[in-house]
Design a protein around this ligand. Structure first.
Ligand code: SF4
Ligand code: SF4
Length: 494
C-alpha cells in the first residue's frame, strides 16, 4: 500500500461526534469527465457558456418533474437530527458533509430563483446567486455523498439527501460538468454491456477458465453458461463478479447453487452488468438505457426468470418501471429475484444441503449494503433484506455475530465507496468515510474474534478490500454471502 497523503482516522471504542473542521474536505474533487465521455452520454462536452441560466432552467424542470425534490427544498426545519448521521461527516469533520448542509448547497439556490422571499429579499432567507464558486462547491460536496440514505432514516420529515445529490449531479451533467469515473463507466456499458468493458469473447474465456477451476476443486462438471437460449434463469450479476477477488468466489457459489438445484441458467454477454451508474448521476434516461439491455437479453434468450447477483438496488426499485412489464416471464416467481432470495428459498424447501463445518475457520459478521438495506426489499416479508442474507449465513456456517445495532439493518453505515465514489481520486474520502463501519467491525473483532465480513454488494466488496488495510485489517476479511455458500454446499447429494 503506497503511503497515503492524508491521515487515517483513529478508531474509537464508541462513536464520538467529531469537532467541526470547516473546509476540511473542500480540496477534494473527483476528476472531471472529458469531452468524449460527456459526448458519449449526450451531455455537453464542456461547461456551456450560459451555464448559469441553463442550470437554473434544469433545476426548474426537475422541481416540476420530481415533487419530492420540491418538498425536500421546502420542508427542512433545520432541526439538526441528521447532522451527525453521515459517515462522511463523522470521518472528516467537515460541516458541509452534514446532510442538512449538503442539502442547503442546493436550497440556497432554490430559494434565490424559485421563492418570492429569495427573489426579493435574499439576505433574509439565506438565498444566494448561482456563482462559479457555488458551482465548484456543488461539484466537491455533491461528490462527497454516496447516496446511501442513512440521513433520511433519522429525519422526522423523511428528507432524502440522496435525491438532492442525484438532482445536483443531473444538473451539473446537463451543463457539461460531469464526473469522469461514473460517466466513463456508463459509456462502457452502452458500448460493451458492462462496467468493466469486458467484451463477449473475453467473458467467454473467463467463464471457461472458471469451469476448469471449479472442476479441479470439486471433481464435478459445473457449468458457467453464456448466451444459452431457452435456459430457465437469466442471471444478471455485477461484472466485478467475473474477474475481481473476492467477487468471483460468489459467482462460483451461484453456479454451485444452480447445479445443486438442477435449474438451468445462463449469463448474457449483451447484458453482463447488474450495477447501474445511471442512478448515481441521477439520470433516469441513462438508467433506462442501461436497464433495457436486460430486457433485450431476456427476450432474445427466451428465459422464464431473471435472477440478480449480489447487487440489486436498481433491479428491485426501478426495473419494473423502466423495462417492465415482465409479462413474458414465469409469473410464479418474483420478478426480479435476488440471488439471496433464490438460494434462501431453496434452503427453506430443503433443496440444498450444507456442511457447515467447512466454514468453521470463519467467525462471520454481515455488513448490510446501504442500497439494499434502505432502498429495496427482499422476499415477501418486511425487512426480508435483513433476514434473508443472515439466514443463509447461519445455514452455511456455525459462527455468526452481528455488529452493534446502531450500525446494522436500516441504520447501517455505508462502506464509504458507493454512489459513484469508488475511484482512486477520492481515496481520502473513501478511507475517512469508512471509519464508522470500521469502528463497528473492530467491536466484533475485539469481542468475538470476527475474521470475516460478508456483504452482498460489488461496490462494498471492492471498497472494503481497498480500505481495510488502512485500518490494520486484512483485505481478505471481506467476501460475499455466496462465497460462504460455495464453501459449504454439498454437491454430491442430488
Ligand atoms: S445520503 Fe448518505 S452520504 Fe449522502 S448525506 Fe446522507 S448519510 Fe451522507
Ligand atoms: S433531520 Fe430533516 S428537517 Fe432536520 S435538519 Fe436534517 S433534513 Fe432538515
Amino acid at each position: 500500500m503506497a503511503a497515503a497523503a492524508f491521515d487515517t482516522p483513529k478508531l474509537k471504542a464508541y462513536p464520538v461526534i467529531p469537532l467541526v473542521q470547516a473546509g476540511a474536505m473542500s480540496h477534494l474533487k473527483p476528476f472531471a469527465a472529458n469531452a468524449s465521455m460527456q459526448k458519449a452520454l449526450g451531455f455537453p462536452e464542456e461547461l456551456v457558456e450560459d451555464w448559469q441560466a441553463k442550470a437554473i432552467a434544469r433545476m426548474g424542470e426537475l422541481l416540476g418533474k420530481y415533487r419530492s425534490l420540491q418538498v425536500y427544498m421546502d420542508a427542512c426545519v433545520h432541526c439538526g437530527a441528521c447532522s451527525d448521521k453521515c459517515h462522511y461527516f463523522l470521518g472528516t469533520g467537515d460541516p458541509k458533509n452534514m446532510p442538512v448542509a449538503r442539502q442547503d448547497l442546493m436550497r440556497k439556490i432554490y430559494r434565490r430563483y424559485f421563492t418570492f422571499a429569495g427573489k426579493h429579499f435574499p439576505w433574509l432567507v439565506g438565498a444566494v446567486d448561482l456563482t462559479r464558486e457555488v458551482l465548484d462547491e456543488w461539484y466537491a460536496y455533491y461528490h462527497q455523498c454516496s447516496e446511501c440514505r442513512r440521513c433520511s432514516v433519522f429525519c422526522p420529515y423523511g428528507i432524502d439527501t440522496a435525491e438532492v445529490t442525484m438532482a445536483a449531479r443531473e444538473i451539473m451533467d446537463s451543463i457539461g460538468m460531469g464526473q469522469k469515473y461514473a460517466n466513463e463507466i456508463i459509456g462502457k456499458v452502452h458500448r460493451v454491456g458492462n462496467n468493466l468493458g469486458i467484451p463477449g469473447p473475453a467473458l467467454e474465456n473467463t467463464l471457461e477458465g472458471l469451469e476448469e477451476d471449479t472442476e479441479e476443486e470439486t471433481g464435478l462438471s459445473i457449468k458457467f453458461p453464456l448466451n444459452v437460449k431457452g435456459a430457465e434463469v437469466l442471471l444478471i450479476t455485477p461484472s466485478a463478479d467475473f474477474f475481481s477477488e473476492p467477487h468471483v468466489e460468489s459467482l462460483i457459489g451461484y453456479a454451485k447453487v444452480f447445479h445443486a438445484a438442477g435449474i438451468s441458467w445462463t449469463l448474457s454477454s449483451h447484458a453482463s452488468e447488474a450495477g447501474n451508474f445511471g442512478m448515481f448521476i441521477g439520470n433516469y434516461e441513462q438508467m433506462r438505457n442501461i436497464s433495457l439491455r436486460v430486457r433485450e437479453a431476456a427476450l432474445e434468450l427466451g428465459v422464464k426468470r431473471i435472477v440478480v447477483g449480489e447487487c440489486g438496488r436498481v433491479a428491485y426499485s426501478f426495473w419494473n418501471t423502466l423495462i417492465g412489464p415482465f409479462d413474458y416471464l414465469d409469473q410464479r416467481y418474483p420478478v426480479p429475484q435476488h440471488i439471496c432470495e433464490f438460494t434462501d428459498d431453496l434452503i427453506q424447501r430443503g433443496a440444498l444441503r450444507f456442511n457447515k463445518d467447512a466454514n468453521d475457520d470463519r467467525i462471520i459478521t454481515f455488513h448490510d449494503s446501504c442500497n439494499v438495506a434502505r432502498a429495496s426489499r427482499m422476499g415477501n416479508m418486511p425487512g426480508g433484506q435483513f433476514v434473508i442474507p443472515r439466514r443463509i449465513i447461519m445455514s452455511v456456517a456455525n459462527h455468526f455475530h452481528d455488529m452493534s445495532p446502531q450500525t446494522i439493518h436500516e441504520n447501517t453505515f455505508c462502506c464509504g465507496g458507493g454512489g459513484g465514489l469508488l475511484t482512486d481520486d477520492l481515496m481520502e474520502l473513501r478511507v475517512k468515510g469508512a471509519m464508522p463501519r470500521m469502528e463497528a467491525l473492530k467491536g466484533v473483532v475485539d469481542d468475538h474474534g470476527v475474521n470475516f465480513m460478508a456483504t452482498i454488494c460489488a461496490i462494498c466488496k471492492a471498497q472494503f478490500t481497498k480500505v481495510l488495510p488502512y485500518y490494520g485489517f486484512d483485505m481478505s476479511m471481506v467476501g460475499g454471502v455466496h462465497q460462504l455458500v460455495s464453501k459449504a454446499i454439498r454437491l454430491g447429494d442430488r
